[in-house]
Design a protein around this ligand. Sequence first.
Ligand code: SAM
Length: 194
Amino acid sequence: MSHYFTNDYIKSNEHTINVIIKDAKLKFIVDNGIFSKKGLDFGTRTLLENIDLDAIKGDILDFGCGYGPIGIYLKKMTNAKIDMIDINKRALNLAEKNAKLNDVEVNVFESNIYENINKKYDVIVTNPPIRVGKKILYEILFGANDHLKENGKLWLVVNKNSGAKSLVKDLENAYDVTIVNKNKGFYIICAKKR
Ligand SMILES: C[S@@+](CC[C@H](N)C(=O)[O-])C[C@H]1O[C@@H](n2cnc3c(N)ncnc32)[C@H](O)[C@@H]1O
């Protein structure tokens, strides 16, 4: 069975979508076999509309970048240095193309969880892959702690139907957690490294 997060072959059907997020007018090529192929995911939009852009400085990681909306939007709106990683080769290829299409310079590379990450970040931003299961999800979210600089922050979006409430409780064991906003079941969470 194919999931959007595997590299299984799924027939390609690239098309371009126009997206406006706050003041940014962006274009993205999307395709079959990636997350949210029809357009900007509502959770991702809510995350980007709520993230504190003043804090997007220094080294930023877009974890699980997909076709690139998070990293590309943040680069459009800030001067930060942006790394974007995913496990899905088709998504990585689209993220590269979409960076060029939107005229931004970002660093896109393949990484399974943090295996190819050898630096620390000021902020890690993610709409995390829920369907990978709790074990890998927690490796991503708690592993972020080891890849954040002092006072670094993990920003994420999770839906209440995907267990946002219990996730917040668990995150509180490792981070100082703020629920920045809740919109139609989507929790926007900022988890600060202790
Ligand atoms: C919910 S999607 C978000 C995609 C994109 N950031 C967006 O907002 O549209 C999560 C992404 O995590 C990626 N992913 C899943 N497992 C991963 C892993 N082990 N390491 C890195 N990325 C992974 C998926 O391929 C997918 O693109």
